[in-house]
Design a protein around this ligand. Structure first.
Ligand SMILES: [Zn+2]
Length: 474
């Protein structure tokens, strides 16, 4: 037991301390799932562990509450491993400690995302004194690494009308999230001999802000792959030897590199690069720190010219960034992120990811991109697709949550995000569900600076109990 096990409310912190003591990064949640299932069984509850590793705990209505609506509490068991030193997350427990008003971990992520959500749900469902209607607790695996737990959850677990997703923050109530899809566009490689007597240049574009392709896509941060294609298109005799860029399909690319052959002398190339930087800075202020570096390079062959024209034009003309905006919610409705390009021996591969608050709009933008890239002779493949939670802004659960929060002078603002959450899968499997995401005050997720505010855990426990009681009384 660590010092946090004595904090108040003691039931929540005891569970959070237990969670910290059992390693539980994504795909390695089985030991934690078993411990939580044991704790629920010991409290006399019905426990089911499904084939993918999720834990579903059911509690019958308290006497006198048989007619109250069923409520689902949901959180994810896995955490993100991030550390500032060598740390074996598979076998070493997290060491939480108290620093003033905060709980932190020593040099690693704390895993309050979403261990504290799990702890809140466990504290309530195992509390024999707390009376309410039927409660279901759903603890999923793998939220941080593909959401296979939520995606594979049996719809039968989602019976009921109200779900509290405990993977949110104290920012307000999250009532909607974007769905998304990944797509790949592959061009068959055709190679030419290099033109004679042309110097080769390595061009590197770097220094763009990058960022999350959902949460930052409206900020016009600039796309290093698009910029590279535009720059190369301004060099009429350029022949491409290679073109690579981007780091992940959910990140805006901040860096790209290409090797080209051109008759231009280094001074000419440098002045073209300088002029290009000036244009980018005036059109895209957020890309103001972009640099274009030139260096001598070597190579033995280049892309066929028709292939090069197809790829460069396809990239320049592809719909990208914000496609549609939701004015009521004040967030992006539909977006596209041209995320990566890689040159391989036999093909050139472009990867992109699309998001939308509306699943039909996500499918439309995917279809438009497929048609677009096929016009330039690419083969399009649809990768993983995940659903949205369409916001329900006049739902009873939300109204009741706002009432409970404002009684304590808490931020009660509903909002939606242009990124994927597990709730998308739950909305798809049970469209009648009213879902809000909320949680205690918690900062710097997914970093070794992750910290959880101690007083907010007590406030959130109080809020949750009050909200469950109020909904039960409806
Ligand atoms: Zn989370």
């Amino acid at each position: 037991m660590s010092e946090i096990a004595n904090l108040q409310p003691i039931q929540v912190w005891k569970f959070f301390d237990l969670i910290c003591s059992i390693p539980h990064i994504s795909k390695h949640e089985a030991a934690l799932a078993a411990a939580l299932a044991d704790a629920a069984s010991a409290a006399g509850l019905t426990v089911e562990c499904d084939p993918i590793g999720n834990v579903i705990i059911r509690r019958e209505a308290s006497p006198g509450w048989e007619n109250a609506p069923q409520i689902i509490l949901q959180a994810h068991m896995d955490m993100v491993p991030a550390s500032e030193k060598e740390f074996d997350f598979i076998s070493t427990p997290i060491t939480p400690y108290i620093d003033g008003e905060w709980v932190k971990a020593r040099g690693t992520t704390l895993g309050a995302d979403d261990g504290i959500g799990v702890a809140h749900a466990m504290a309530i469902v195992t509390d024999p004194e707390f009376e309410c209607g039927k409660l279901t607790v759903i603890l999923t695996v793998d939220e941080e690494n593909g959401m296979s737990g939520a995606a594979n959850l049996a719809p039968a677990a989602l019976q009921g009308k109200y779900m509290l997703n405990l993977d949110g923050s104290d920012r307000g109530f999250c009532i909607g999230c974007a769905g998304g899809a990944r797509q790949e566009f592959s061009f068959s490689a055709r190679w030419d001999e290099l033109p004679e007597n042309m110097p080769l240049y390595q061009i590197t574009i770097d220094g763009l802000p990058g960022g999350h392709s959902g949460l930052c896509i409206h900020e016009n941060r600039g796309n290093a792959i698009k910029f590279m294609a535009e720059f190369i298109s301004q060099i009429p005799d350029a022949r491409i030897i290679s073109f690579n860029g981007g780091t992940a399909d959910n990140a805006i690319p901040y860096q790209s590199a290409a090797i080209i052959a051109t008759a231009n002398l280094p001074e000419v190339m440098q002045s073209l690069a300088d002029a290009f930087i000036m244009t980018v800075k005036s059109d895209t202020p957020a890309a103001g720190n972009m640099v274009v570096k030139l260096a001598p390079a070597s190579g033995s062959r280049c892309w066929d010219k028709a292939l090069q024209d197809d790829i460069i034009n396809a990239i320049i003309l592809a719909p990208n960034e914000v496609i549609d905006f939701d004015d009521d919610l004040g967030i992006v409705k539909t977006s596209s992120n041209l995320a990566m390009i890689d040159t391989f021996e036999d093909h050139i591969l472009i990867r992109s990811s699309q998001r939308s608050l509306v699943d039909a709009d996500r499918d439309d933008i995917c279809a438009a991109l497929k048609t677009h890239f096929e016009l330039f002779n690419a083969v399009s493949t649809l990768g993983s697709v995940y659903p949205a939670t369409p916001p329900k802004s006049d739902a009873l659960l939300l109204k009741t949550a706002i009432q409970c929060a404002s009684m304590h002078g808490k931020s009660a603002k509903p909002y939606a995000i242009h990124a994927g959450l597990e709730t998308g899968w739950f909305s798809m499997k049970n469209p009648d569900l009213e879902i809000i995401s909320c949680g205690p005050d918690h900062h710097d997720y997914h970093t070794p600076n992750e910290k959880l505010n101690i007083p907010s855990v007590g406030e959130f426990d109080h809020f949750l109990r009050e909200l469950i009681r109020k909904i039960s009384e409806k």
